[in-house]
Design a protein around this ligand. Structure first.
Ligand code: SAM
Ligand code: SF4
Length: 457
């Protein structure tokens, strides 16, 4: 760690020999996926146990933390924009700034060389060290770096500090061993580790007792969950059996090793939602091979056939446009499969080269930005039409919706999701419902992303 003196022109509070954080207010922002949101809950818990307090107002904070994502370029750019803003504020009045998570892990050298005013860098396996590093930075103006990856850390005994609400997340495993050639996750989150089922079930029971009604189990490839004699299907069913839990979802299963028992669990258990996120990435075999995905289009389609043969299970997916060497024809293959698959929703990403990955070392990132953008837009537009069609088909029908809270645009409307994870909005109109209630909504109107309806009185 460089001994570079830090810019702390004016400490807000007098230094003391205490290493506890009770005098300090922390403001934290999270970028990226649900796994990062979950990690933020872990970090809050670790910090609060050491007396740090959290504030939603950045101006009140002594410590600014960013929990970051390194999956795509735009996450980097967003973080750099935010860092620049706080650098100025740090000069004015002294602030401790910390970067946590995947970017800290992946960019430690670059961040330290180009942004040496960052006080603390902590990777996804080192959150337990954060309070000490922050205390050191706050009281002794020392920079702190903790980016070692661990083969064992699962934060099993940490009770996440949740913001409340009826939705809860549980990470059942950490890391990934798949090394898809485009993906930085194995380098930033390390080797795959599963948590023990007892801890996961305790967490599910605790969530239920706090009023959570819907749990999403998280892992980079949940199919590889193993602990003692437990596999993921068994774990999923056990979580779905926890009293009080009304819906269970999971993300993501990998198409290369989707177990029949998992499909049975989804098809049979009424608490497990009939929705599977099945990332395709590309509809062309040469691209899939380059991506190191471990399946062909034929194998993927066979799996989809098996899933659809089990009943009304909807599929969502992830797609990457403009991967190294992707020709127009190869992109067209993806376009055609998306048309054929009729996903309920698709997350479409422009390929962005990530340092250290196999693709970055092996293949030139040779598709012009404009072409990547054009292909991405084409797929987004196609998927919008498909999603709209799915949603319009529901007009005039009744759907069961779990109330999650006020709609974004109005507190006179409720917002919730169907079992298939489609957002539904409807007027409250004096109803005595509460978040967590399952209600039947009659659908009146639809956009590609939202259903609008009326509750039965
Ligand atoms: N573990 C999940 C799987 O294999 O399906 C994916 C997790 S990753 C956090 C989410 C999505 O980000 C991937 O499915 C992929 O579509 C996208 N992604 C990952 N690396 C990317 C890259 N370098 N450029 C563009 N999209 C990327
Ligand atoms: Fe990345 Fe592939 Fe692992 Fe998903 S399965 S996190 S895409 S390496």
């Amino acid at each position: 760690m460089s001994p570079t003196p830090l810019l702390h022109p004016k400490r807000l509070k007098p230094a003391s020999s205490s290493t506890e954080g009770s005098r300090y207010q922390v403001y934290m922002e999270t970028f990226g996926c649900q796994m990062n949101e979950y990690d933020t809950e872990l970090v809050r818990s670790i910090m609060k146990a050491r007396g740090f307090q959290f504030t939603p107002v950045d101006e009140e904070a002594d410590v600014i933390l960013f929990n970051t994502c390194a999956i795509r370029e735009n996450a980097h750019n967003r973080l750099y924009g935010h860092l620049a803003r706080y650098k100025a504020r740090k000069k004015e009045r002294g602030l401790v700034i910390g970067v946590l998570g995947c970017m800290a892990q992946n960019l430690k050298q670059e961040l330290l060389e180009t942004r040496s005013w960052i006080d603390v860098l902590v990777g996804p396996d080192a959150y337990r060290r954060l309070p000490d590093l922050l205390s050191d930075a706050l009281e002794h103006q020392r920079q702190g770096l903790a980016v070692d990856l661990s083969e064992y850390e699962t934060y099993a005994q940490i009770v996440p500090d949740r913001a409340g609400g009826v939705n809860g997340w549980i990470a059942v495993m950490r890391g990934c061993d798949n090394f898809c050639s485009f993906c930085v996750v194995p380098y930033t989150r390390g080797r795959e580790r599963s948590r023990d089922p007892e801890g996961i079930l305790e967490e599910a029971q605790r969530l239920a007792s706090q009023g959570v009604r819907q749990i999403t189990l998280l892992g980079q490839n949940v199919n590889s969950y193993r602990s003692g004699g437990w596999d993921f299907a068994r774990l999923l069913v056990a979580v779905a059996d926890v009293p009080g839990i009304q819906r269970v979802r999971f993300t993501s299963p990998h198409p290369k090793d989707f177990p029949p028992a998992l499909l049975e669990a989804v098809a049979q258990h009424h608490i497990i939602c009939n929705q599977i996120h099945l990332p395709l990435q590309s509809g062309n075999d040469r691209m899939l091979e380059r991506m190191g995905r471990g399946y062909t289009c034929r194998e993927y389609l066979k799996l989809v056939e098996a899933i659809r043969g089990k009943g009304p299970i909807v599929l969502t997916t992830d797609l990457i446009c403009g991967f190294c060497g992707e020709t127009d024809e190869e992109f067209q293959d993806t376009y055609n499969i998306v048309k054929e698959m009729k996903y309920q929703a698709a997350f479409v990403f422009k390929y962005s080269e990530r340092k250290h990955t196999i693709a970055a070392r092996k293949y030139p990132d040779d598709i012009p930005e404009q072409v990547k953008g054009y292909r991405t837009n084409q797929l987004i537009e196609l998927q919008k039409e498909i999603s709209l069609q799915h949603n319009q088909d529901l007009i005039g029908t009744e759907v069961d919706v779990m109330i999650e809270g006020d709609a974004k645009k109005s507190n006179q409307q409720w917002m919730g999701h169907t079992e298939h994870n489609v957002t539904v909005v409807w007027p409250k109109e004096g109803s005595s419902y509460l978040p967590g209630d399952l209600v039947s909504i009659s659908i009146q109107d639809a956009t590609p992303s939202t259903l609008y309806g009326l509750a039965h009185s």
